[in-house]
Structure formats: structure tokens, C-alpha cells
Ligand binder design. Structure first.
Ligand SMILES: Cc1cc2nc3c(=O)[nH]c(=O)nc-3n(C[C@H](O)[C@H](O)[C@H](O)COP(=O)(O)OP(=O)(O)OC[C@H]3O[C@@H](n4cnc5c(N)ncnc54)[C@H](O)[C@@H]3O)c2cc1C
Length: 388
């Protein structure tokens, strides 16, 4: 397993401080309202773009700050500390859509889309999952048929984050119709205003409520040849590369949520008195806080280590899966312990912990569930040993 030095540069530390200030001032006071209203206001998204929070992984030549995947994990943790849904917005916009175009798009596509995505002028969505297949995404049935001038898309995508406000979609569709296998699928850039793009109504979710999760249908949607993103029939391979990186993003989202639950518990245990002393004066509570803190720290180390392997050009997929698995399950565990420390107050909407715990559950499901990560980790271990 790779070990990398992930000390933050001065630049990145300053960027982290900027994200922290933004989250404390512009997200924390409103996150509960957004959760109730099931929407993050457009002005907040624009402000994040102006602050540079949407272009972290985009190279400087395309208007981003080029801070790499490590930078992404640092920013996403700060936002998720207060609001999982806003962090999920960034994960889908920057971590999935923007990253796909950056990794697979040609020069012209990068020059056209990355500057707009980096500033939030255009919002991005990434469409892999379908009603009948999420984990088994290779079985997708959305198809792209060749036409005289390009491609015609037909099919249904499901669970698409940001689709309500997205201006551009990266869509995975079968290009070898009637065949199965990873190399029968291609990626396409689809603009929202193309005839045949039909955006549905958002799901009414348990958590991540302020983030819109929406079905998107393509009905005889014609796109030009130049919208093929990446090589023909390699879209699924590109999607897997995007998801390998996404594990670090969702891992850092989990670290932020776990940290939020820990910090709220620390605060409450200092304020609340029981049997003549604050809660944290009782050993039973100290043990809980110590275990929570240890788990948050371990998760952060794993996530940043994994991110650095991608930035170094030697991605450790097994480590990315380990980091995502551990961090996402940690966030739920730490969240429930935080509710326990809050007692009855923790069972109400008066504290933000109940929202953070609801948000956390998604991290065990999205971008490769815990079951999938365990399969990948075990397979990776056998492969590693076989290779000597
Ligand atoms: C809030 C939210 C946002 C999302 N955003 C996006 C997005 O922007 N773009 C996008 O493309 N998708 C998105 N998704 C979809 C998400 O990636 C899928 O929900 C996820 O991949 C799981 O797929 P599924 O829901 O179809 O579950 P299923 O694949 O039906 O799995 C159900 C359960 O069975 C387990 N399972 C499935 N297959 C196996 C197996 N072979 N072995 C062992 N266990 C297995 C799973 O781990 C899970 O526990 C989002 C989902 C949610 C909830």
C-alpha cells in the first residue's frame, strides 16, 4: 500500500482557510433551512464559484486553481463539516462531471467546458446510474445510435445529482448496441437545451435533502459527432477512472460529516452538566469522544494518502476503496455516537447532528457502496499478492 507525504502547501492551507470561512459564514447558518426547502440557493452556488471552490481540480490554464485531488478533499471536508448536501453538489459538479471532461475530453472540449465549470458559470451533472442498474452500471441500457451527423440518445438515467440546475451532462451510453462488456459504452457531452433532454422531479430523500437527485430521460436526443467525450467504446473505462477519484471525494465528504458530529459532541459535552460536572468529566463520555476523534483522524489520513497517489500519477485504487469504505462507515458511527452524547436534544432538529447523520448514510451507498468497496479491496489484495 502506498504511503505519501500529504502535508498541505502554504497555498492549499490558505485555500482550506478560505473554504472554512465560507462554510462557517455562508453555509452553516442556513443549512437547516436548505434541508427543509430541499434546495441550495443559486446565489450560494455562484458565490462558491467566485471564491474558487468549484475549480479546485481544474488546471490553471483553464481557470481553476490546479490543487489536484488533495485540494478537492481539503475543500470538500470543510464544506461537509456544515452541510453534506452542499459538499455533494461539489462532488458531483467538480468530482464527477468536470473530472470526466478533464480526464477524457479532447483539447477543444476542455477549452470549451472547463473554464465555465471552474467558475460555476455552467453547472455539471454526471449520468451513469439507471433505474434498473446502479451497482451493476455496466448493464446500462441507454443507447447511442450513429446518425449521419452524430449520435441519437435514448434511455433513462436515475439518481442524477444537480440535474435540476445543470447546464451540461456527461452521459454514459451503449454504443455497441446489443453487446455487453465494459468496452461497448461511450461517454457523451450533452447540453441541457438539446431537444429530447427531459429533466424529471427530484426524489424526496432521507438525507442530502438540499441536493437535488433527479431522473433524466433522453428521447431521440440528437447530438453532434464532436460531443463524443473520450475514445469510442471507452466511456465506461473513463467512468471507472472518475469513480476511483470519486472515492477520495466521498471519503473527504465523510470526514467532514464525521468531524462535524465530533465537534458538536465536544461542544455539547462541555456545556451540559450531569451529576455536578460537565458531561465530558465522566469517563464513559471521554471514552466515546476519544474513539470518535481517533476514527475521524484515521479516516482523514487514509483519504489524503489515497488522493495523493492520484495526484502523483500512481493511483492506488485499493487504497482509494479502503479510504472510502472506512471514512463513510466512520461518519455514520461517529454520527450516532454524537446523537447519543446529545441525549434527547440529539433526537430533535434543534441540533445539526441529526441532519449530518442523515447526510452521512448516502456516503455508504453512492459512488460504489460499502459492499462494492469490500469486493474491490479483497480482489485487489489477491491481485497484489499474485503479482508478488
Ligand atoms: C443521493 C444520491 C445521489 C446520486 N447521484 C448520482 C449521480 O450524480 N450520478 C449517477 O450516475 N448516480 C448517482 N447516484 C446513484 C448511486 O451511485 C447508486 O444509488 C449506487 O451506485 C447504488 O446503486 P442502486 O441504488 O441501484 O443499488 P443496487 O445496485 O440495486 O444495490 C442494492 C444493494 O445491493 C448491493 N449489491 C448490489 N450488487 C451487489 C453485488 N454484486 N454483490 C454484493 N452486493 C451487491 C449494494 O451494495 C446495495 O447495498 C446517486 C444516488 C443517490 C442515493
Amino acid at each position: 500500500m502506498a504511503t505519501m507525504n500529504f502535508e498541505l502547501t502554504e497555498d492549499l492551507a490558505a485555500f482550506r482557510d478560505l473554504a472554512r470561512k465560507f462554510a462557517e459564514e455562508q453555509i452553516a447558518p442556513h443549512a437547516r433551512k436548505w434541508d427543509d426547502e430541499k434546495w441550495i440557493p443559486d446565489e450560494v452556488i455562484q458565490a462558491m464559484g467566485q471564491a474558487g471552490l468549484l475549480g479546485v481540480t481544474v488546471p490553471e490554464q483553464f481557470g481553476g486553481s490546479g490543487q489536484g485531488l488533495l485540494g478537492m478533499t481539503v475543500i470538500v471536508e470543510e464544506i461537509a463539516r456544515w452541510c453534506g448536501a452542499t459538499a455533494l453538489f461539489i462532488a458531483a459538479h467538480s468530482g464527477l462531471c468536470t473530472t470526466h471532461i478533464r480526464l477524457a475530453g479532447n483539447e477543444q472540449q476542455q477549452a470549451e467546458w472547463l473554464p465555465k465549470l471552474a467558475t460555476g458559470e455552467v453547472i455539471g451533472s454526471w449520468c451513469l446510474s439507471e433505474p434498473e442498474c446502479g451497482t451493476d452500471a455496466e448493464a446500462l441500457t441507454t443507447r447511442a445510435e450513429k446518425t449521419a451527423n452524430g449520435w441519437k440518445l435514448n434511455g433513462s438515467k436515475f439518481w442524477i445529482t444537480n440535474a435540476k440546475r445543470a447546464g451540461v451532462f456527461v452521459v454514459m451510453a451503449r454504443t455497441e448496441i446489443g453487446k455487453r462488456g465494459a468496452r461497448t459504452i461511450s461517454g457523451f457531452i450533452v447540453e441541457r437545451d438539446r431537444p429530447g433532454v427531459i429533466i424529471g422531479e427530484p426524489e424526496d430523500k432521507m438525507g442530502m435533502r438540499a441536493s437535488d437527485t433527479v431522473p433524466v430521460n433522453f428521447e431521440n436526443c440528437e447530438i453532434p459527432e464532436e460531443n463524443l467525450c473520450g475514445n469510442l467504446n471507452e466511456g465506461y473505462i473513463d467512468a471507472l477512472r472518475v469513480l476511483d477519484r470519486g472515492r477520495c471525494t466521498i471519503g473527504s465528504l465523510s470526514v467532514g460529516l464525521g468531524r462535524g458530529c465530533l465537534e458538536e459532541a465536544i461542544k455539547y459535552a462541555a456545556e451540559r452538566q450531569s451529576m455536578g460536572k460537565p458531561l465530558h468529566g465522566h469517563q464513559a463520555i471521554q471514552l466515546k469522544l476519544a474513539d470518535m476523534e481517533t476514527q475521524v483522524e484515521v479516516a482523514r489520513i487514509l483519504v489524503r494518502q489515497a488522493a495523493c497517489t492520484h495526484d502523483a500519477g500512481t493511483p492506488d485504487k485499493q487504497l482509494s476503496s479502503i479510504a472510502k469504505l472506512y471514512a463513510s462507515e466512520m461518519a455514520s458511527r461517529v454520527g450516532w455516537e454524537s446523537i447519543q452524547i446529545h441525549g434527547g436534544a440529539g433526537y430533535t432538529k434543534d441540533v445539526c447532528v441529526e441532519r449530518l447523520v442523515r447526510d452521512a448514510k448516502l456516503c455508504e451507498i453512492g459512488e460504489g457502496s460499502s459492499e462494492v468497496q469490500r469486493m474491490l479491496i479483497a480482489r485487489g489484495e489477491y491481485a497484489r499478492r499474485a503479482a508478488g
